[in-house]
Design a protein around this ligand. Structure first.
Ligand code: NAX
Length: 327
């Protein structure tokens, strides 16, 4: 049996939190041999609801769940944290401008970054799910100067999984036959789901897929899937988002399969012309517990233009939060 890992989940009483906590506790994220100490962070008004979830967690009697503690104070919640899942965020309310949204989230992710800096384990892994996820991760990382930047990531695995599923449905192939799918850029409508590097049943995806379908159906379907879920369900993606968070952390800890890669938003080292320091989604492999950007891919003009557009949006968001003094 491995040493226990402290996992802190923010927004624990929200809908993603409800779908996520049971899977972490059951061992889906870190494996059956790693005991989990859960720490839930909520705002004071939602602590009672988090307590209800903690009661249900207890009632599952998960062998891998060692403890559950609930906090409304970030410093306490992140004390000793090994895996931090930053899910709680401020949603855009009616009449809220983008600047207001970035500022409200800066007020959450700045202090949480500081708390991680103060209390985290030396090998902490941070995944930001709360939107705008890439820029929230940038804010948190900038408030944690003692934590290596490569410990901060944002989630595009849901977009990645959505892309795999769309390709599987279109081609009649199993999801497992699709490899080397990439989401580039921002977790937003400008994201670029890139099939040009992908293989389907061992064949280059561009040979299997019609370019018109890729451009006019596939890309918009993946990029707007979140809105389609809201329209159908009357609430935003929760179980699939939680599943993607589990996938992201499990891959980070346990690695990517040989011959394949996945997508994650990580702090750019300048690869593929993405300005250094931006949190951008890339094709990545996980080796020995670290993300590495897949290098040497040839990008055609179409891909380059799509990536550049999403990067421009990330630059814009970064400049806006910088101007607000949030970095
Ligand atoms: P909910 O509104 O159901 O839950 C959010 C929870 O966060 C609430 O319980 C709230 O009390 C809590 N919270 C707010 N401020 C907090 C703070 N400072 N500290 C701790 N907790 C705090 O939202 P939910 O549907 O769970 O979604 C959470 C976030 O995930 C949203 O920002 C959403 O936009 C984002 N998503 C990101 C996705 C991604 O792929 N990166 C996809 C799914 C989802 O849309």
């Amino acid at each position: 049996e491995n040493a226990p890992v402290t996992v802190t989940v923010t927004g624990a009483a929200g809908q993603i939190g409800y779908a996520l906590l049971f899977r972490i506790a059951s061992g889906d994220m870190l494996g059956p041999d790693t005991p989990v100490r859960l720490r839930l962070l909520e705002i004071p008004q939602a602590v009672k609801a988090a307590e209800g979830t903690a009661m249900e967690l207890a009632d599952c009697a998960f062998p891998t769940l060692e403890s559950v503690d609930i906090f409304d104070d970030a410093r306490k919640a992140f004390d000793g944290v090994g895996v931090a899942l930053l899910v709680g965020a401020r949603p855009r309310g009616p009449g809220m401008e983008r600047g207001d949204l970035l500022e409200a989230n800066g007020g959450i992710f700045g202090p949480q970054g500081e708390a991680i800096n103060a209390g985290a384990a030396s090998d902490v892994r941070v995944l930001v799910v709360g939107n705008p996820a890439n820029t929230n991760a940038l804010i948190a990382a900038s408030h944690a100067p003692d934590v290596p930047a490569d410990r901060f990531t944002a989630m595009t695995r849901l977009d990645h999984n959505r892309a795999l599923s769309q390709l599987a449905t279109k081609t009649g192939m199993p999801v497992s036959a699709i490899r080397r799918m990439t989401i580039w850029g921002n977790h937003s409508a400008t994201q670029y789901p890139d099939v040009f590097q992908a293989t389907i049943g061992g064949r280059p995806a561009p040979e299997v897929l019609d370019q018109h379908w890729v451009e006019h159906t596939f890309i918009p379907t993946v990029a707007r899937r979140g809105a389609a879920i809201i329209e159908a369900r009357g609430a935003s993606s929760a179980a699939s988002a939680a599943n993607a968070a589990i996938d992201h952390v499990r891959t980070w800890v346990h690695g990517t399969p040989e011959g394949d890669w996945t997508s994650a938003a990580i702090v750019s080292d300048g690869s593929y012309g993405v300005p250094e320091g931006l949190v951008s989604s890339y094709p990545v492999v996980s080796r020995e517990g670290r993300w590495e950007i897949v290098q040497g891919l040839e990008l055609n003009e179409f891909s380059r233009a799509r990536i550049d557009a999403s990067i421009a949006e990330l630059v814009d968001e970064r400049d806006a939060v910088r101007d607000l003094g949030l970095l």
